[in-house]
Design a protein around this ligand. Structure first.
Ligand code: NAP
Length: 280
């Protein structure tokens, strides 16, 4: 598959054979039941088949309800949730997953992630995720906010390679070394905050590039991530923006403009979300 052929239905095969849709809907800060229902149903109508939630978003119950209400067969929607920091440790992690499944009203999730590399205990937690995988509670397991040294530590102590690492990633935080590291080890990088939470959408150099493609800055940022072979999960609660963000499969950013976007990188520690670089 080349990036030219990408469609909203495109998937990437993870290191354990599970297919993950390259494009999905983020749900951070969606709290109200009606908002969640509207966003998820709009997204599914627009062709999204991948929903990202987490225990800490306190919306698993409503996310699960919206997915069930859509009447789309369960196996056609890829659902990710994440283990929160207070739930680290072998036994706690097993229980946390059960509880997330209970809130979601699902018998399994497609991807279960360690949300944050909590120091000292993350290896124990990783063992629990291995058990959950074997037990069929999740189809794939992975991590989030893991930097290279966290991944190296995990890989040294376990034969189970994370299928996914979900991190902040956009042209203004172009973590090329991490991308390369993950590629070489067959860990799929997934980007959160692909739209910089709106903080760089007014950047004049991004705007003028977007104008040349008759696309919006948000669409350029999403397409850039897809062309770097990342899985992308922009969040919006608004049906119009949900459709706009999915309208990225009818054009291709040229190699030259990809390089220009890569050069927007500002600073390794400039993040719009939390910063895991100092976690030991
Ligand atoms: N693993 C982690 O630690 C972690 C951390 C952060 C996020 N995440 C996941 O990644 C997802 C995406 O990240 P995010 O929500 O933080 O940031 P984001 O997707 O970069 O940005 C979301 C913000 O952009 C606005 N927006 C969406 N589409 C837009 C458009 N076309 N034009 C202008 N503004 C637009 C949204 O507002 P409206 O909703 O009002 O449209 C919202 O305020 C999250 O929802 C969550 O699922 C994971």
């Amino acid at each position: 598959m080349t990036t030219k052929d990408l469609s909203i239905d495109s998937t990437i095969t993870l290191n354990n054979g599970v297919e993950i849709p390259i494009f999905g809907l983020g749900t951070f800060r969606m709290k109200k039941a009606e908002e969640i229902q509207q966003a998820i149903l709009s997204a599914l109508k627009a062709g999204y088949r991948h929903i990202d939630t987490a225990k800490i978003y306190e919306n698993e119950k409503d996310v699960g309800k919206a997915i069930r209400d859509s009447r789309i067969p369960r196996q056609d929607i890829f659902v990710t949730t994440k283990l929160w920091n207070a739930d680290h440790g072998y036994q706690k992690a097993l229980k946390a997953c059960e509880k997330s499944l209970g809130r979601l009203g699902l018998s399994y999730v497609d991807l279960y992630l360690i949300h944050w590399p909590v120091e000292g205990i993350r290896k124990e937690t990783w063992k629990a995720l291995g058990t959950l995988l074997v037990d069929g509670k999740c189809r794939a397991i992975g991590v989030s906010n893991f930097m290279i040294r966290h991944l190296e530590e995990l890989l040294e102590g376990s034969s189970v390679i994370p299928a996914v690492n979900q991190v902040e990633f956009h042209p203004y935080l172009f973590q090329e070394d991490l991308l390369q590291f993950c590629r070489e080890r067959n860990i799929q990088l997934e980007t959160y905050c692909p739209l910089t939470r709106g903080q760089r959408l007014d950047d004049p150099k991004l705007r003028s590039l977007a104008d040349r493609y008759s696309k919006t800055p948000a669409q350029i940022l999403i397409r850039w991530a897809l062309q770097h072979d990342l899985v992308v999960i922009p969040k919006s609660s608004h049906p119009g923006r949900i459709r706009e963000n999915a309208d990225v499969f009818d054009f291709k950013i040229s190699e030259e403009d990809m390089k220009t976007l890569d050069s927007f990188h500002e600073h390794e520690n400039l993040r719009v979300s939390w910063d895991p670089t100092s976690v030991r």
